[in-house]
Ligand binder design. Structure first.
Ligand SMILES: Cc1ncc(COP(=O)(O)O)c(C=O)c1O
Length: 476
């Protein structure tokens, strides 16, 4: 391995840099490894034959009746008709390993029997009533959820239908509580796409030219591309600068993902959050942790992403993994901060409905019963090792990062210049799909693989995913 790395480094530091396709792989240091088509681990389930419309028919209808802005993955988009745990099936019954988990959402596994049973049972009794009547589902789930949070974070202020809604509510609470409109978020963040959250989202790809007031974007503590490398405290100085030079000296809040998901699985540099929180609190602001992607055991080492940074936020927002695919989000805060919503009426028709909160409660029980946080840690650490060793083989891999089952692989055509391999990534993704592995992609330049599978992923699945990436890169 050492020899391979040295060879790789030399190739890039020399005058005669090779073209991107030549860079894609170097078999020379690994002559003993002919790359064979990897085999999917066995799985004891075959879906019943599918008799619905074909992919082509659905695409046609989608183009006619749905927004032209809707995009899809792959040249020929997949028609996914069934899911079982970490696997998905297309219209022909072909099985795929799901390395994306419906974008870090299906944490327990597709159609987990416990979650399905709870949903079916609840749907038969009562699907919807609103919080104007009592029902035990919302109260029981709120109690269970609060028990997973540290410190005084004990009140589930509201259940919502999405992450955007949860973040909108959190921003409003921070503004109301502090009496201050200014909010700080981090460049490269994704927090949603409604009026307030689009302001907090800090990537031009996801921002329309509509009024987004009162959000300031601070330097991204990006350990791969950032000017201060992994020195979190240096980046946090920019939070203080923003407060001093961009606001009246007081702020309403600060919102951050512990691991930027849409931004390309970017873990905030160590030491950043404690220093940023300190500056924000000194300026009277509340600290909001957006746990929409990194929450619910995904990062393996902790249940919540912020815990790895040794901070306790004032408000935590969540969605995605909370409901294993059911539309559900939540905002959790302290009893004192929760009081601000009593000054007027806040209402959400679907928020906290019995069906969704029952699903959320069932999903939480599965995470605990099946020790999925531990599994995310063990299998995720193993997968990260496998991907890191691929980096030694393929110069196109610029960075492997993340924790647990929230991993990123950044492709670059030049390791020194970190030139995003935007076209190459599409090719590798197609190849991996053809082998039977689905993963996501993201990052500002769209050159980062996002690996966020269901947390029931096994070591064999991890091997298959890494082998499929190895095989696909070897075909470049
Ligand atoms: C970190 C983060 N926050 C908020 C959101 C918005 O969630 P939703 O798409 O459910 O509105 C997302 C969505 O990807 C996200 O990744």
């Amino acid at each position: 391995m050492k020899r391979a790395l040295r060879t790789t480094t030399r190739a890039f530091s020399g005058r005669n840099r090779r073209s991107s396709s030549q860079l894609a792989h170097s078999d020379a240091p690994f002559p003993q490894n002919p790359v064979v088509v990897p085999k999917m681990p066995p799985f004891d389930y075959s879906p019943p034959p599918y008799s619905g419309p074909s992919a082509a028919q659905i695409l046609h209808k989608r183009r006619e009746f749905l927004s032209p802005s809707m995009f899809h993955l792959y040249k020929n988009p997949l028609n996914i008709v069934e899911g079982k745990m970490q696997y998905l099936f297309d219209e022909s019954g072909r099985r795929y390993l799901d390395g994306f988990g419906g974008i870090a959402t299906v944490n327990c596994g597709h159609c987990h029997p416990d979650v399905v049973a709870a949903i079916v049972d609840q749907a038969k009794r009562l699907q919807h009533s609103t919080i104007l009547y009592l029902n035990h589902a919302i109260a029981d789930f709120a109690e269970a959820l609060a028990s997973k949070l540290p410190g005084d974070l004990k009140v589930v202020v509201f259940f919502t239908n999405s992450g955007t809604e949860a973040n909108e509510l959190a921003m409003m609470i921070a503004r109301l509580y502090t009496g201050c409109h200014d909010v700080i978020s981090i460049r490269n963040a994704y927090h949603g796409n409604a009026a307030g959250t689009m302001g907090a989202t800090a990537q031009s790809n996801w921002k329309f030219n509509v009024i987004q007031s009162g959000v300031h974007h601070t330097m991204n503590p990006d350990q791969y591309r950032g000017v201060f490398g992994s020195d979190g405290e240096k980046y946090a100085k920019d939070v203080q600068d923003l407060i001093d030079f961009g606001t009246c000296g007081r702020v309403g809040g600060f919102m951050a993902e512990a691991v930027q998901g849409v931004g390309g699985i970017m873990e905030l540099a160590p030491g950043y959050l404690p220093a940023a929180y300190k500056a924000v609190r000194k300026a009277g602001g509340l600290c909001i942790a957006d746990e929409v992607q990194s929450g619910f055991a995904r990062t393996g080492s902790h249940f919540w992403g912020f815990e790895a940074h040794g901070v306790i936020p004032d408000i935590v927002t969540m969605a995605k993994g909370i409901g294993n695919g059911i539309p559900l989000g939540a905002v959790v805060t302290t009893p004192e901060i929760a009081q601000v919503l009593t000054h007027r009426s806040y209402f959400n028709t679907f928020g906290g409905n019995p069906l969704c909160t029952t699903a959320g409660h069932a999903a939480l029980k599965v995470l605990e019963k099946e020790k999925l946080q531990e599994n995310a840690f063990v299998v995720g650490s193993y997968l990260k090792e496998r991907l890191t060793s691929l980096k030694e083989k393929y110069e196109i891999i610029g960075d492997v990062r993340g924790r647990g089952l929230m991993l990123g692989v950044e492709l670059v055509t030049d390791r020194h210049l970190k030139t995003p391999a935007k076209t190459e990534i599409l090719h590798v993704m197609e190849q991996m799909k053809d082998v039977g592995v689905l993963i996501g992609k993201g990052g500002f330049y769209g050159n980062v693989f996002r690996i966020t599978p269901p947390l029931c992923f096994t070591k064999e699945d991890a091997d298959f995913l890494a082998d499929a990436m190895h095989y696909s890169l070897s075909k470049m």
